[in-house]
Design a protein around this ligand. Structure first.
Ligand code: ZN
Length: 569
């Protein structure tokens, strides 16, 4: 099931219905407290055991479990390996085992946790307890690996649609990434919570600082920060409204924040799986959200370099390269992004009307001659001069630029000098990028020099055509899309209801702070909007609003009615 699709319900409901305690295995120790808080706010008896608890708290949780007074008990996988915890579970009544984030058992995946491999012991030690494994990872190869490693081969396999209709996918050419990001945040996501992903720790720090300097509250998150800072930043992101988290992919798994309005990538993700997982953290509440990626030639060069220099055998590098190629194909497609994304996971769909290629269809053009000119430049540099250069020098030659470097190498004497003036520099960069994506050109070595491939020969020998994508003049904006998207629209607030909503938000922020829980644990934005719009005057009327359950009505109902009434005089 995709992120936000309701995976937890698949074990939470059985946990309530079945006798005994459901044991939930989760790798996300830092999030257990929030998960348990959210369940308790709904009136569920939940608790957790992990290394962060002191002795007395631990004993108290164990006693509650043994007394049969827990519906759900969260455990870290490493805890299960300890004899003490195993004996504890032996003495209690277990309703089921739920293995969350089950793709952590996959050794090829980027979230591999060695402790997950030991989870096959569950059915050896407790053979009669049912088990369920859950993941938001979509490829069937990962599913098969999960089943094998957890010894669930005979189990039934359920796959939901991976479509997230409220997320608008946009992939734009990277020109001035900081400026582009700032423009996106200011024009479409002012005051919104969101995540900005960068490849390196250094760029995380720089971008976070850049946003703060420009008046946008932002925090950094990467594996180089000490554990305390990471935990503090994560906690602030979850608890406060409108913060931007700038992070490496170390951040995000299991983050249950429903109102993340955008996920922006400033660097190319390594795989379509990664892109899908990361963008999936936007819009868990079902409201319109943006997945925005800026992508350029340098990304391709950098990623290829990383693969060439990576540890592991040839098969591993081939695997990485195949992942990158699929990601590049998604970036360069002239078809609907969503159709291509879902097709990657083996699901068929129709053009969505809520991605950039649907909203502003790019043209495709016959780039055969342009490709021949570029490849010929690379060929001549190599053959006539025994030289290899990167994209910039090749483009300068095509454009007939008399730079110092051109003069130094006498590249103005090459027959290809100045034969490419029909395209601009940025258009040439797009040609290089797309030839790389199509495997008709390669980058090599430390300096990312251009080299020909097997496929190049077919182009140079005029045996094949090259179709290229031309960027649309005007990029679509979220506003244009909202009208056409199939996403649930947020409740539109009347001028009278808007201040009521703000008052409710202020009440929620104060209550969340007082109770030490994230604001969304109290109520989601969508629920507060609905309350502001309907302005119920009784608890009965309030109870009909989606998101106001029995437990929350009892706990907060009166306060909500008072908050509503407080503005009427
Ligand atoms: Zn589309």
């Amino acid at each position: 099931m995709p992120t936000g699709g309701g995976k937890s319900l698949c074990y939470q409901i059985p946990a309530l219905v079945r006798d005994g305690t459901a044991v939930v295995i989760s790798p996300l120790i830092a999030l257990m407290q929030d998960q348990v808080d959210a369940l308790r706010a709904l009136g569920t008896r939940a608790d957790f055991l992990n290394s962060t608890l002191d002795f007395d708290t631990r004993r108290a949780v164990e006693a509650t479990f043994l007394a049969g007074d827990l519906d759900l008990l969260y455990l870290a996988p490493e805890a299960l390996g300890t004899p003490g915890v195993q004996r504890l579970l032996d003495r209690g009544n277990i309703a089921l085992f739920a293995i969350d984030e089950a793709h952590c058992v996959s050794q090829w995946g980027h979230d591999f946790r060695p402790d997950y491999l030991a989870l096959s012991m569950l059915h050896e030690r407790w053979p009669s307890v049912p088990r369920i494994a859950l993941t938001a990872t979509a490829t069937s190869a990962t599913h098969a690996e999960i089943a094998t490693r957890l010894q669930l081969e005979g189990a039934r396999h359920f796959v939901a649609s991976f479509d997230r209709p409220n997320i608008q996918y946009r992939i734009v050419p990277k020109n001035e990434p900081r400026k582009q990001l700032l423009h996106l945040l200011r024009t479409e996501h002012a005051g919104d919570a969101g995540i900005v992903y960068c490849l390196s720790r250094a760029s995380v720090e720089k971008i976070a600082e850049f946003l703060v300097d420009n008046g946008i509250p932002a925090l950094p998150y990467h594996a180089g920060l000490d554990a305390r800072t990471r935990a503090a930043n994560q906690s602030r992101f979850l608890r406060e409204d409108g913060l931007v988290m700038v992070a490496t992919i170390a951040f995000g798994m299991g983050i249950d924040k429903p109102d993340v309005r955008f996920v922006a990538h400033l660097d190319l993700p390594k795989s379509v799986e990664g892109y899908y997982q990361e963008t999936g953290r936007a819009g868990r509440d079902g409201l319109p959200s943006t997945a925005w990626l800026a992508y350029g030639l340098q990304d391709v060069v950098q990623q290829r370099k990383l693969i060439d220099g990576s540890d592991g055998d040839l098969a591993h590098r081939r695997n990485l390269a195949a992942h990158l190629d699929a990601m590049l194909a998604l970036c360069e497609t002239v078809e609907c992004r969503r159709v291509q994304l879902l097709a990657y996971f083996g699901q068929e769909s129709k053009p969505c009307g809520n991605c950039d290629t649907c909203l502003a269809p790019p043209e495709s053009w016959d780039g055969t001659i342009a490709a021949q000119k570029l490849l010929s430049t690379v060929l001549r540099l190599h053959r006539e001069r025994n030289q290899r250069f990167g994209a910039t020098q090749s483009i300068d030659i095509l454009l007939g630029k008399r730079t110092d470097k051109v003069a130094q190498h006498r590249h103005d004497q090459l027959s290809v000098f100045g034969i490419g003036t029909e395209l601009s520099e940025s258009e040439w960069r797009a040609v290089v990028r797309q030839l790389l994506a199509q495997g008709l050109l390669a980058v090599e070595g430390e300096y990312g020099t251009l080299a020909l491939t097997e496929g190049s020969k077919g182009v140079l020998g005029r045996q094949r055509e090259v179709k290229l994508r031309r960027e649309p003049e005007r990029a679509p904006t979220a506003r244009a899309a909202k009208a056409r998207s199939g996403a649930a629209a947020p409740v539109q607030l009347s001028p009278e209801a808007a201040p009521v909503f703000e008052r409710l938000r202020a009440w929620r922020a104060a209550t969340a702070k007082e109770q030490g829980v994230p604001a969304y644990v109290i109520f989601h934005d969508a629920t507060l909007r609905q309350i502001a719009a309907e302005a119920p005057r009784t608890l009965t009327a309030l109870s009909t609003i989606s998101g106001v359950g029995e437990a929350k009505l009892a706990k907060f109902g009166q306060q909500i009615l008072e908050t509503l009434a407080s503005g009427e005089d």
